[in-house]
Design a protein around this ligand. Sequence first.
Ligand code: NAD
Length: 353
Amino acid sequence: MRSSSRSPKRARVGVVGLGMGRAHLRGYQSTLNCDIVAVCDLDRTRLESAEQEFGVPYTFEKYEEMFAMKELDAVSIALPNYLHAPATIAAAKAGKHVLCEKPMAMTVDQAQAMIAAAEEAGVKLMMHFNFRFTPQARMMKHYVDSGELGDIYYVKTGWLRRRGVPGMGSWFTQKAMAGGGPLIDLGVHRLDLALWLLGHPKPKMVLGSTYTEFGDKMAKAAKKAYDVEDLACGLIKLENGATVFLEASWAGNSERAEEMYTQLFGSKGGAEQRNIGEGYEFGLKVFKERGGAFEDILPRHFPTGENPQQHFVRCIQENKPVMAPGQHGLHVQQILNALYRSAETGEAVAIEE
Ligand SMILES: NC(=O)c1ccc[n+]([C@@H]2O[C@H](COP(=O)([O-])OP(=O)(O)OC[C@H]3O[C@@H](n4cnc5c(N)ncnc54)[C@H](O)[C@@H]3O)[C@@H](O)[C@H]2O)c1
């Protein structure tokens, strides 16, 4: 292999967990100066299919064995939620940079331990908050950061499915392995996006509710395990005075099969992104007032940018900070866990640093 003084050292990456992990493989496949050298999964069919499709030289069933590989610089962790912390900590201890799926962990303590392990090992820890990377999210961030919307004081956001429980009876619907239902699965993305758009003010207090009206009955009929919520909502007060309203459902009597939205209310303007149809494509609108008249702006032809894997690899190669560090994952985790606690106790919950 030829290398020049100008081209960065090729990054050697691996992926653990080959459900969502396949999206990571596609991301790395599109990354310059990057080789996918290893994949890991307990499921041999998934392992062989990834090995063949992506031409991966090394396959593993145990992630500890994969992390022991010398010829590996960085890993994606796309395992069930309860394995994010142990796998991330093991990878960091083995000196690998980590791109970890959402939610960061099951508990705040775990999230803190992941950050500490990465710091101690001197490796990067990035959260796979991929909804920040959509062109519409980037454009929204551009509107906020350019001051066009003034101070953002209220964000209303959600991800609502009419009927859409993932993996009924699998780890997804069991609290001990998932940590919760749609709040930790879907709400996590909308919450992260809201905090990112707001510039990551610290969370101060939350009030949350969770409900289980459908999932348990659907699971019972199918003789499957289900002990998480199917709808959650909450109010999050931030240290800078802004408020976020968040809602998430896997099942609920709403109009659309799947709806994702983020509304920003600012002192000089507002903005709204919402998915078009039932898919993952978004439309963006900006609301201003000019000369006494209301003005609705419809930005189009968005510039595209890096995907999460391209960003992660470039930050490793250029030794730059990642845009979704573990600390952001921790703030999201603090809020999610506090919302669940609030739903249990019926009281508002203060968030301590
Ligand atoms: N960012 C996103 O948009 C997005 C989308 C879907 C899922 N996710 C996240 O990705 C993670 C995985 O979700 P999924 O939908 O791929 O789940 P999944 O159950 O389809 O895949 C998990 C894989 O991990 C493997 N696995 C389990 N334990 C293992 C172990 N100890 N060692 C090696 N392999 C093991 C399983 O065999 C399975 O193939 C979750 O944290 C989920 O929240 C993120």
